[in-house]
Each structure stands twice: as structure tokens, then as C-alpha cells.
Design a binder for this molecule. Structure first.
Ligand SMILES: Nc1ncnc2c1ncn2[C@@H]1O[C@H](COP(=O)(O)OP(=O)(O)OP(=O)(O)O)[C@@H](O)[C@H]1O
Length: 240
């Protein structure tokens, strides 16, 4: 038996000649936040899509609780405790915020009991009766996180959850993710905000051209010469 929730071994996703992801190893464990860093087009979203079975693997293995699942249907993952948010807001426009959160829970085989707690934790209590179209972008992102949490997942995958949020809002989300970590949730976080990643993550994996260029503690990774060259550029050196 393994305590790892998710293991990805040599995962590759090729689109014709484009090697969007090309040989990634990744382990996600309870109570740890793993951050995925990399420039636009480096393969982060494709890796999340592979892990959640939205794109087929060209190569490699995926294991949940030690069992291969790389042919499982995407919907079956939710039932096994895997929740995710998407890079772009994907709320159902004809349902209220509350209904969106509840449907998220129900669809995935969880009772709505998780919805109330998720609403409180994400700070969206004031907008539960609103329609998604009435929400600010930052608020819509919170609703997405609430919908994912309403499933009471064991593994949460977040694709740029704080995009469009201001600094104060980002800090709130970071604090929420760290609280969830203390409760034992395994998390994979994709973000471009390097400072947030350093403040939030236990482990960082830096990607470029579909491959890992560095991994380790956040400080090790942001100090890494290849990462600075590929991703941080002048911005990174300015923080040195
Ligand atoms: N469906 C697809 N068909 C063909 N190429 C794709 C497809 N999806 C992604 N790609 C390509 O794969 C590469 C990786 O894209 P991906 O979106 O995974 O990167 P990313 O790191 O998530 O970027 P961003 O930070 O902009 O979200 C890019 O070159 C992209 O153009």
C-alpha cells in the first residue's frame, strides 16, 4: 500500500508533432501542496487534463491509490475523490451560485452537505442567490473552488485559481489552500504568481516544453538557473 494519492509516471501527451507533455513524473500526497510552474504553453494544463482523463496519454502510467486508472472515464474520478477547477470559468449560467455548488456535489455522488461548508470556506455566502453572469471574475473563481470542495475531495487540482484576483484575494485563497492542506487534502496548484507559489506550496515542479526542468522546495526551484532563464527572466532576478 502506498500513501501517495496520485502517481504519474513518464506521462506524455503528444498532439501530432507537438509534445505538449513529454515524460512527466509526479507524486501527490495527502497534506501537501505541489505547485506546477512554467511559461505559457509549457504543458501545465495538458498535464492536468491528462491526470483528469480529459485527454488520452500518448505514453506513461497514472495511478490513484496505487491502482492504474489511465483508461478510466473522467466522471469516475470524481467519485474516487478527485476534484478540479479549470483555467477558464465553467459555471452553469442558468443555475444560481448555490445550485452550481450543489450540482457539483450531487453530480459527483456526494450529498449536498458539503455545499454549505464549501460556501462558507470560500467566502461566497453573500452571492449564493446570484447568477454566475452577475459575478466578478474573482468571485466566479471562488464559486468554482467551492464547487470542487463541495465534493469533499481527497485530491484537488487547481488550474490558475487566482487569475483575475487582486493581491488581497490571492492571499485569502492561499490561506484557504493551506488550511485544506492541514486537513490532509492533496493538492496540485498551477499558478503564474511566483510569490504566491512560494508562499503556498510545499513542493514546486517547473516545466518547460512539456518536460520538468527543476523540482524541489519552492526556494530551490526559484533559485534554479534553468527556471530563471525559462520562466522568471528579469522579473525573477529582480527578486533575488
Ligand atoms: N488540443 C490541442 N491540440 C494541439 N496542441 C495543443 C492542444 N492543447 C495544447 N496544445 C499545445 O500544447 C502545448 C502545451 O499547452 P498547455 O495549454 O498545456 O500549456 P500551459 O503550460 O498550460 O500554458 P498556459 O500557461 O498558457 O495555460 C502548447 O504548445 C499548446 O499549443
Amino acid at each position: 500500500m502506498t500513501s501517495d494519492v496520485l502517481v504519474a509516471e513518464d506521462v506524455a501527451v503528444h498532439y501530432g508533432g507537438i509534445k505538449a507533455v513529454d515524460g512527466i513524473d509526479l507524486t501527490l500526497t495527502p497534506g501537501r501542496i505541489c505547485g506546477l510552474l512554467g511559461p505559457n504553453g509549457s504543458g501545465k494544463s495538458t498535464l492536468l487534463a491528462a491526470i483528469t482523463r480529459l485527454v488520452p496519454l500518448t505514453r506513461g502510467r497514472l495511478l490513484l491509490d496505487g491502482k492504474e486508472y489511465h483508461r478510466a472515464a473522467p466522471a469516475s474520478l470524481a467519485k474516487r475523490g478527485v476534484a478540479r477547477t479549470f483555467q477558464t470559468v465553467r459555471l452553469l449560467p442558468d443555475l444560481t451560485v448555490l445550485e452550481n455548488v450543489q450540482v457539483g456535489a450531487d453530480l459527483h455522488g456526494r450529498k449536498a452537505g458539503g455545499a454549505a461548508e464549501a460556501i462558507e470556506r470560500t467566502g461566497i455566502g453573500d452571492v449564493v442567490s446570484a447568477w454566475p453572469g452577475e459575478l466578478s471574475y474573482g468571485m466566479a473563481r471562488r464559486v468554482e473552488i467551492a464547487r470542487a470542495l463541495a465534493m469533499r475531495p481527497r485530491l484537488l487540482l487547481l488550474d490558475e485559481p487566482t487569475a483575475g484576483m487582486n493581491q488581497a484575494e490571492r492571499k485569502e485563497i492561499s490561506a484557504l489552500l493551506r488550511d485544506l492542506r492541514e486537513e490532509g487534502l492533496a493538492q496540485l496548484l498551477v499558478e503564474h504568481d511566483v510569490q504566491m507559489m512560494v508562499d503556498t506550496c510545499d513542493d514546486l515542479v517547473a516545466m518547460n516544453f512539456g518536460a520538468v526542468v527543476a523540482r524541489g522546495t519552492p526556494h530551490e526551484v526559484v533559485q534554479n538557473a534553468a527556471v530563471r532563464e525559462a520562466y522568471l527572466g528579469k522579473r525573477g532576478r529582480a527578486h533575488a
